[in-house]
Design a protein around this ligand. Structure first.
Ligand SMILES: O=C(O)CCC(=O)C(=O)O
Ligand SMILES: [Fe+2]
Length: 111
């Protein structure tokens, strides 16, 4: 790996992310995102529902026959191939204070 990118995200009520892969537009062979790592953190007790990371089947992912929803756990890290299709289900809550948002630090290892 030659470098990495970091992004911090705060998802409040209704926050979601459509199905995508993390390969950036300009990437062909160089500067390609190869590994995605997402670190989750939020206030306890958790004030929101939803916000699951959903991983979708792909030809190169043997054994994943149907979508898998991973509910974010506080202070946890999820690592996956940046070419794996995924989405974030809408965060559900009412009157979620910013301190209770679904926070994540996304890290992409770049080849
Ligand atoms: O927050 C997550 O669970 C994943 C976010 C994501 O897919 C992205 O930022 O590319
Ligand atoms: Fe992503």
């Amino acid at each position: 790996m030659r470098r990495y990118e970091l992004n911090i995200a705060a998802f409040g009520e209704g926050g979601h992310f459509r199905t995508h892969i993390d390969i950036n537009d300009k990437s062909i062979v160089q500067n390609m995102r190869v590994v995605t790592a997402v670190y989750y953190f939020f206030s306890e007790p958790k004030q929101f529902e939803g916000g699951e990371l959903i991983m979708y089947p792909a030809a190169f992912l043997p054994g994943l026959d149907e979508p898998v929803a991973l509910s974010p756990e506080n202070n946890s890290l999820v690592v996956f191939s940046s070419v794996a299709p995924h989405s974030v289900a809408p965060v559900r809550s009412s009157n979620l204070a910013f301190k209770d948002y679904r926070f994540s630090v996304n890290c992409w290892l770049i080849n």
